[in-house]
Design a protein around this ligand. Structure first.
Ligand code: NAP
Length: 385
């Protein structure tokens, strides 16, 4: 069989031969009791860089040892790309949301042998799910593998924005000492109203992590959490996003991108927020109208915007979020720490072992299967039809 892998390019200084740390903690289960991936074996050392071209998700040598053809490319855009040329007879496509191989309906149509698309990580919106269903291609992702990594990044970004870290760091780097320049936009998170759109694996973990900061914690999700959990974390539930927005000093977005949520954060949405709201988005860039966000950062309606997700990816050099004021943007990295890579590459191996040996996939890994949304996908995604 032919496996088409689209990792991100190697570091500019080359694939690392040495790492900052000699090992990473071993994590065996997630909150709620689900186990971390359980492949029969792995062919990499946890803590190594696996998401780049040389790392090749830690599966290349294993697949080749089984006699399969493995094509690894970072050239993914347009009809003349290596990806599109190799796609025509590929059986399996694998790519990470950080550097997505966009599988449009047109690309599904030319991939006549395609059976499986794996999201090496979480978030399968770069695969057109309607088209996947039309062609009965299975879409699977490694649910939970990097959810807690992203939750850590959200807490960090909320603090960075509220405390005015980025501008203060620039002052220090430039040799300055004007405390007032740093302090004039700096606040404490304590006592603020924090709200999350979606309390799934990431959103709920953020609420848990923020509980000791003594905030007011709000949430909206399509499915309400249990009364026990709401009480334990002191959560304020809202029946709609519109109802929640006027309360918030800090808004977090952790819902998937699908037809229902595309472009949700537009000028009308932003106008419903308190002046100076801080917004953290590590979910997907396509959830926002990028120009409306940039404009509101300029006028002060948004006090600061941070996260790691853009559209498209890689983001163009002139993307307004690179230069808009009070931004704490980074490339799409929150879910690809070396710790997260070890889990999602082990989960990818587990999915491929199940595929090759004809076993059912873990239900929580499925997004689309046998022509319809399935598993985690049936719960959190919608399609156009
Ligand atoms: P999850 O456990 O499936 O949670 C997603 C939650 O979003 C579910 O609770 C779902 O509600 C809710 N939801 C769906 N549509 C909604 C809507 N219209 N309004 C409000 N809530 C809605 O997924 P997760 O692990 O938390 O990940 C969430 C998203 O984060 C992913 O889809 C991906 O886009 C993004 N992500 C980013 C990175 C990164 O590196 N930046 C890494 C991983 C994931 P119900 O299930 O109750 O219907």
């Amino acid at each position: 069989m032919k496996f088409l892998l689209v990792p991100y390019p190697d570091p500019v200084s080359g694939h690392p031969t040495k790492y900052v740390r000699d090992s990473i903690p071993e994590i065996k289960s997630y909150p709620g009791g689900a186990t971390t991936p359980t492949p029969k074996a792995i062919s990499f050392k946890p803590g190594e860089l696996l998401g780049d071209e040389t790392g090749a998700f830690g599966i290349k040598s294993w697949l080749e040892s089984l006699g399969h053809q493995v094509v690894v490319t970072t050239d993914k855009e347009g009809p003349n790309s290596v990806f599109e040329k190799e796609l025509v007879d590929a059986d399996v496509v694998l790519s990470q949301p950080f550097y997505p191989a966009y599988m449009t309906a047109q690309r599904f149509a030319i991939a006549k042998k395609l059976k499986l698309c794996v999201t090496v990580g979480i978030g399968s919106d770069h695969y057109d799910l309607d088209a996947a269903n039309e062609h009965a291609v299975t879409v699977a992702e490694v649910s939970y593998s990097n959810s807690r990594s992203v939750a850590e990044h959200i807490v960090m970004t909320a603090l960075i924005l509220v405390r005015n870290f980025v501008a203060s760091h620039e002052v220090a780097k430039a040799g300055g000492w004007n405390i007032a320049d740093c302090a004039e936009r700096s606040y404490d998170l304590e006592g603020m109203h924090f709200g999350t759109i979606a309390a799934g694996r990431i959103g709920l973990d953020v609420l848990r992590k923020l509980k000791p900061f003594d905030l007011h914690l709000h949430y909206y999700d399509k499915h309400r959490l249990t009364p026990k959990l709401e009480e334990e974390l002191g959560l304020i539930y809202h029946a709609s996003v519109d109802e929640m927005l006027p309360f918030l000093d800090v808004l977090n977005i952790s819902c998937p991108l699908h037809p229902e949520t595309q472009g949700m954060v537009n000028a009308k949405f932003i106008a419903k927020c308190k002046r100076g709201v801080f917004i953290v988005n590590t979910a997907r860039g396509g959830l926002c109208d990028e120009n409306a966000v940039a404009e509101a950062c300029k006028t002060g309606q948004i006090g600061g915007y941070g996260g790691d997700v853009w559209y498209p990816q890689p983001a163009p050099k002139d993307h307004p979020w690179r230069t808009m004021p009070y931004n704490a943007m980074v490339p799409h990295i929150s879910g690809t720490s070396l710790s997260a890579q070890a889990r999602y590459c082990a989960g990818t191996r587990e999915i491929l072992e199940d595929f090759l040996e004809g076993r059912p996939y873990r239900k929580e890994y499925l997004i689309a299967h046998k022509g319809r949304l399935a598993g985690a996908g049936a719960y959190a995604y919608t399609t156009r039809q």
